[in-house]
Design a protein around this ligand. Sequence first.
Ligand code: DON
Length: 594
Amino acid sequence: MSLSKVVTLPLSLVLFGACVGAGAPRATPTASASAESAGEPARESARFPDGWRLPAGASSTFASQAMAVSNSSHASAAAAEIMKAGGNAVDAAVALGFALAVTWPEAGNIGGGGYSIVHMADGRSAAIDYREVAPLAATRNMYVDANGKVTDRSIEGHLASGVPGAVAGLNMLLEKYGTMPLSRVMQPAITLAREGFVIDTALAGSMSRAATMVSRNSSVTPYFPNGKALPAGARLVQPDLARTLQAIADNGAKAFYEGWVADSLVAEQKRGGGVITRADLKAYTPVSRNAIASTYRGYRLLAMPPSSSGGVTMTEALNILEQYSTVPAYGSTRWFHLVGSAFQRAFIDRNSKLGDPAFVKVPMEQLTSKAYAKSLAATIADTRVTSTKALEPLMQQPVREPEHTTHYSVVDAKGNAVSTTTTLNNSWGSGVFVRGAGFMLNDEMDDFAVQPGTANMYGLVQGEANAIQPGKRMLSAMSPTIVLDKSGQVLLVVGAAGGPTIITGTTQVILNVIDHHMSLADAMRAPRVHHQALPDSLTYEDGGIRPAVLDSLTKMGYAMRKLRVLVNINAIMRVKGGWEGMPEPRRSGGAVGY
Ligand code: DON
């Protein structure tokens, strides 16, 4: 691989918003208060650095039967409504997915794609892959100009979009594991689009940040009447989107891929030099895969296999950490060192060996094996950093700062669970709004190695395995995950937004719960850390590291990088008597249960 640019990591999130909870708030249990009962591990009080802005000991939302957590309280409420009406977690997750396309248009979508891990109480589980694919007219160098330079057309504008998979994927999820018809579960979304909903400060902020970019690519949208973003408190009504959703509800996914919605999408593509055709839409097929079933200290993980890198990379990092019989204290120098080194090694493999399994042979067995992890753990020196260059001489540096994706988690009273991550890639995708059909298109093509060896917008330097080919799925970092406890019951439903930090952030919530016995609220509020091999640095959250630890890590040779916020996670955890739900405390969202 030849390498050029200079990487910056995703500054994934900016806003702090209110988290809406609609079950009962519940105080964090302490070690003395929490007895270890069947399957529910005892929780202990957490300790974070002095002055950390999200102190330990906060509460999450408790519900005795069912819970939905997402970045939009309207969408979480749609899921709870469906479960109250007799639907299962899958019905609710599909309702939530369509509602998010209405209430969280920066990332909730029907013009993008995603992944769902489902685990049914009867023991069935699956990984549904509805990632976008490259259009049939895509070519390896379509984003490289005559001088060999990568253009920004994989990020913005009509050419940036992959063929959307969300509608087909949600439909497949519902058909395989749901109990209600599509027309019923889509009702809340249709009502939200048709009648509108009141914009909160988080959505108003997101719209105002996106106004220039979207207006550059789309002339008329409901978000920016007269070119200006609607303010908080205004009502967002989306009649075109309501019509599109109604068509899907009436006629199934076909309405999106073959009917007038498909015509609108193709017409929009033609207007701006995009290449998605009717044939692309007709050919789109979601895939039901086996979830990666790995273990960590006796707990079972159901994680996303390729075309996402999430499950493999998390498994590899966790397998490395499992080689250590004792877990260093949370936030200690050794904790940062081991966790950072495990991520660094897992990302080296991720960046070079993973791609769409329909196009490349992925060495899954090796990468997820404990024996391989043992050999990688042996390369971690006790008191100093190993450079990525020394570990993987083929790799190097990159550019650009990103945004957005969204994760939601749903559980029902029977113990069925769905963990879904969905994205347009960047916040508000390609900036292209499909006129007449009312939705934004993704810019997922940038997740390919648009020039193998050169960084993408997340600074990820990826190889041939992820080069562009027609019909191929671009590699993702999305990591929807379900953790089962030692008795086989759902313990955690978790996943995130934030490009490559999705993998490391999701892993840390799992580590915080399993290794550090934190409550869900503490596990979510704990300062986070990130390493993705290149750039060869350890990224931490501002205020999230003790000064002495920062000093020791620097002396060990780490290039330390500070960001205000890492990752946007939405999670549910089983606790005595029910569930706790927690939307990202660094952002906005809603946990709604009953
Ligand atoms: O699939 C991926 O890995 C990226 N498209 C995810 C982008 C993302 O999470 C941006 N969010 N904050």
